[in-house]
Design a protein around this ligand. Structure first.
Ligand SMILES: Nc1ncnc2c1ncn2[C@@H]1O[C@H](COP(=O)(O)OP(=O)(O)OP(=O)(O)O)[C@@H](O)[C@H]1O
Length: 946
């Protein structure tokens, strides 16, 4: 096999039979394995179903070897450990690991029965005793120079302990520390992939010394001693990537020495009784056998065999672990979890493998994915009650199968260096022995004494330094306490501020509530306003209806009167013509009739018009002002409400704005800082307690411990602070962001609301003012119109009285009578004229008809029409003929005829038609606008009636 060849880890499964507990629990077997050994296949029924259904839920795993309940210890050794053992003898570093749930037989597999019976091993002896025996058997057969050393270390609660240290668990025991080893100290060694890190300083001198050594002739072959070579692991450990400082290695010369060391170590090992195992191992152990085997004349190859018994993963609820046991289980599970992650990372070929996350994985660094040949034995229980743990163990075992190592031959050491080391150690021990023998008490060599004195001095110095460090820590602690007090005070004030802020927020909520209610009130007022407008529209409509009624009344009167007037005129003309032809013309009576008929008609028109007009005006005078006054009052009311609401709203908004500013200021100025202080405070507290504990323990520890603890504590504190700061930053920012956003959005909304309200207020004020003004104007106009109408009514009355007197008409008629003779000759032409007049009346009739038509649909703008009517009434007052007094408008209809009669003494002889003036001025020129024509309004219609 080439040295750099990749080799998968060998994975074996060992399934024991059901133990008493499982039998008592009547837990069925769910794991299928061969009874002894067979193919590398193991199946587990994950559902717990039985019969055919069970076949469906079997999960199968493939590994290198599977051993069933009947597989004995010897088979395990020959199948798994022996191939590795052979490589170990050849100079490879090898590791055998047992892994599995508690009580599945890890210790049984690795150690088993380690006792000797007549210097022989029992059948139940596990791998370690078997390797020891096999080793010396093999070395004896090879009959070559060698040296064997053993070490036994346990990892308990993440702390390394030397199980072979006679001062184990006492104050004198030296603390073990893990270092990454440098590459081989010997020129003949091969470099490891993980051996580039610098060696610890305390290794430097000896290593340098050795490198400087030149080859010298070898002396010893076997070392017949099992005395400890204290602190020598550093000197001889060359190919492994991991170095344990202060770990003692013991020379052994035969298997029994090794067994004794094993037994000594096992006595020190942490074992406890749990519900699942009477002798449950509470720690991980590594029994290491180091072989220095002669390679050629002057060099020895160093190889190691690590036999690792891992503590069992356990379900605390099942194992019933409490207090110390629970703590142990937690630590065990934690380190096994990291081991699982390391296996996963290696199997997935991740660039980062978390070896440094636990001491266990650091120790196994070279065995997993390194230069070591490794075999993993996963022990499992066949019972259903442990099916979950068994599945998990099988998952890990399968994963581990894909891990590849690059086994390499171990490094070399020069024979003379090896001999010198041993000689020095021997000399030291001999010297101590002699001193002890010659005197009472505890004696030692001068050199050893000197060394111990040096150590003592060093320790004294360390204690002093530690004291100083402790004092410094106390000062820091006092400062931290002071800080804590200040922080607490800040915290209190912060709390008060938060409470205040909360009450402010509550107050704001109340205000918003009030504002909401105001808005609702405003909406109802607007609603009322709308209904008032609708009422007004209805009033206008009734006003329009009245106008229509008035028009139709007017139409009826005009039709009746003008029509009857026209008919009687036509009858008169006809009669006149007949009388003229029969020469019996009684013009006086005719004229008298005309006169009386004319007066009667005018009187009827007048009285009807007067009656309608009076009724209309009274109606308007009665309803209109009161109605407008009501609207006016309502609008004023609305205006007041809106103004009050608006001012209240403005004050509330300014309050909100002010609160927001306070809040913003608080957020910017205090909020984050104080929270940070609070969190910092918690972390400071935490770290303070840690520091306190550390300080107390540190005072009792040696310098290494002290320095390491200090470093660790400082790092923990720094990291804690860093994490706390980051966490707080992230948390605060995370919490603050949505709040800030919400506040900003709320402010935006408030501002928008403010703007909207201001706009609304302006608009409603403008609108109500406009309405107010319009209604005021309309009211004024109505009042003045009513006054004017009343005045016109008076004028109408006086005009009518004058007309009634009919002085001028009487006079003219008399004149006509006197002039009867003279006019006789002209009767014919008069008859013609009358014919013409008849036609003209027809035209007048049509004109009136069209005028009435035009009146029909002129209600577009009632207010305008009313104002136009009033305006018209004001501007179109006419005076009666021969009088300076005012005449009602409608009396002027017949004025042209009378005027002509008065001004021309011979109206009958005149070629100009008396109607011509009417034609030219108003009728014939047809200035009348048709229905629907622009400007068609009541005012125009009234003009035409004139
Ligand atoms: N294959 C086996 N044959 C016979 N007995 C076994 C076998 N496996 C385990 N046992 C017995 O089961 C008991 C528990 O075994 P062991 O202490 O080795 O378990 P473990 O896995 O090391 O447990 P823990 O992790 O708690 O230390 C012991 O009494 C052991 O003798």
């Amino acid at each position: 096999m080439s040295e750099a060849e990749e080799l998968n880890i060998t994975v074996a499964i060992r399934c024991r039979g059901r133990n008493k507990l499982e039998i008592r629990a009547k837990s069925p077997v769910v794991v299928t394995v061969p009874d002894v050994t067979g193919s590398g296949q193991v199946s587990i029924n994950t559902s717990g179903d039985v019969g055919i259904a069970a076949q469906m839920s079997y999960k199968t795993y493939m590994v290198d070897k599977v051993f069933g309940p009947s597989a004995d210890q010897a088979l395990l050794f020959t199948s798994v450990a022996e191939p590795l053992f052979r490589d170990f003898i050849r100079g490879y570093n090898c590791t055998v690991l047992v892994y599995g749930m508690t009580s599945t037989g890890k210790t049984y597999t690795m150690t088993g029965d380690e006792k000797l019976y007549d210097d022989e091993l029992s059948e139940a002896a596990g791998m370690i005793p078997r390797v020891l025996f096999k080793l010396f058997e093999t070395l004896d057969v090879e009959d070559d120079d060698y040296m064997v050393k053993c070490s036994f270390v346990e990892l308990y609660n993440e702390e390394l302990r030397d199980l072979l240290d006679s001062a184990h668990d006492t104050a004198l025991s030296k603390r073990l520390r893990i270092y990454d080893s440098a590459s081989s100290v010997n020129s003949g060694s091969t470099s490891s992939s993980r051996t580039n890190s610098p060696r610890p300083a305390d290794m430097g001198n000896e290593a340098r010394r050795r490198r400087a050594r030149t080859h010298s002739g070898g002396t010893s072959s076997k070392f017949a001693t099992s005395a400890p070579s204290k602190n020598t692991s550093k000197s001889d450990f060359s190919s492994s990537a991991i170095y344990i400082q202060n770990l003692q290695e013991f020379h052994i010369v035969n298997a029994r020495d090794g067994i004794r060391l094993l037994q000594r170590g096992l006595r020190q090992r942490q074992v406890a009784t749990t519900k699942m195992n009477d002798f449950s191992s509470r720690s991980h152990t590594i029994f290491t056998i180091m072989l220095y085997k002669k390679c050629d004349g002057e060099t020895f190859r160093i190889s190691k065999m690590n036999l690792v018994d891992l503590a069992g993963s356990e379900n605390i609820s099942k194992s019933g672990a409490q207090n110390q046991r629970a703590k142990e289980a937690g630590s065990i599970n934690q380190s096994l979890l990291t081991l699982g992650r390391v296996i996963n990372a290696l199997a997935d070929k991740n660039s980062h493998v978390p070896f440094r996350e636990s001491k266990l994985t650091r120790l196994l660094q070279d065995s997993l994915g390194g230069n070591t040949k490794t075999a993993l034995i996963a022990t499992i229980s066949p019972a259903k009650i442990n099916a979950d743990e068994t599945s998990s163990t099988l998952e890990y075992a399968t994963k581990a199968k894909s891990i590849k190592n690059r086994p390499q031959l171990g490094s070399f050491i020069m024979k003379d260096i090896l001999v010198k080391n041993i000689t020095t150690e021997l000399a030291k021990i001999k010297s101590d022995l002699i001193s002890t023998k010659t005197k009472d008490g505890v004696y030692m060599s001068h050199a050893h004494y000197k060394e111990l004195t040096n150590d003592l001095e060093n320790y004294k110095t360390e204690v002093l330094e530690n004291k100083r460090a402790a004092e410094k820590l106390s000062t820091q602690n006092a400062l931290l306490l002071k800080d804590k007090k200040t922080s607490n005070e800040i915290n209190e004030s912060q709390k008060a501020q938060i409470e205040k802020l909360n009450s402010n927020i509550g107050f704001l909520y109340d205000k918003i509530e009030v504002q909401h209610r105001n808005e609702q009130e405003l909406a109802s007022v607007v609603h009322k306003l709308m209904s008032a407008v609708q009422t007004m529209q209805r009033s206008l409509k009734s006003y329009e209806d009245q106008e229509q009624k008035f028009q139709s009344e007017m139409e009826r009167v005009l039709y009746e009167n003008v029509g009857s007037f026209k008919t009687s005129l036509s009858n008169e003309i006809h009669l006149l013509k007949e009388n003229m032809s029969s020469e019996k013309i009684e013009i006086e009576s005719n004229i008298g009739d005309i006169h009386s008929e004319f007066n009667r008609t005018i009187e009827t028109i007048h009285s009807s018009s007067l009656e309608i007009c009076q009724k209309f005006i009274e109606d308007i005078a009665k309803r209109h002002p009161a109605h407008f006054q009501g609207i006016h009052d309502q609008v004023r009311n609305i205006n007041d409400i809106v103004s009050a609401y608006s001012s209240e709203l403005v004050s509330k908004l300014s309050n909100i704005s002010e609160e927001y500013n306070v809040f913003k200021e608080y957020l910017h100025g205090h909020f984050f800082k104080n929270t940070f202080q609070e969190a910092l405070n918690i972390h400071v507290d935490k770290n303070y307690h840690q520091l306190k504990q550390s300080a107390v323990s540190m005072l009792n520890e040696f310098q290494e411990m002290m320095l390491e603890r200090l470093d660790e504590n400082r790092n923990t504190m720094l990291q804690g602070l860093k994490i706390a700061a980051t966490e707080v930053m992230a948390k605060e920012m995370g919490l603050l962001d949505p709040v800030k956003e919400n506040w900003e959005m709320a402010l935006d909304n408030i501002n928008k609301c403010d703007k909207l309200n201001s706009k609304f207020e302006t608009e409603i004020t403008t609108a109500t003012n406009g309405l107010h003004r319009s209604i005021g104007t309309a009211l004024d106009m109505s009042n003045s119109a009513v006054a004017d109408m009343k005045e016109n009514m008076t004028d109408l009355e006086s005009g009518y009285e004058k007309l009634k007197k009919g002085e001028i008409i009487q006079k003219n008629i008399k004149e006509i009578g006197f002039k009867h003779g003279k006019l006789k000759n002209q009767l014919l032409s008069s008859a013609n004229f009358m014919e013409l007049a008849k036609n003209k009346f027809g035209e007048i009739d049509r004109s009136i008809q069209s005028l009435l038509d035009l009146q029909g649909n002129s209600t577009e703008d009632v207010e305008y029409s009313v104002s136009a009517l009033l305006e018209h009434l004001n501007s179109k007052r006419l005076k009666p003929i021969g009088s300076s007094g005012k005449t009602p408008l409608r009396l002027q209809t017949n004025l042209p005829l009378i005027k002509d009669q008065k001004c021309n003494n011979h109206p009958m002889s005149s070629s100009a038609s008396p109607m011509k003036e009417i034609d030219g001025n108003k009728v014939n020129g047809s200035p009348l606008k048709r229905k629907g024509y622009e400007g068609d309004s009541l005012s125009v219609k009234l003009q035409r009636i004139e």
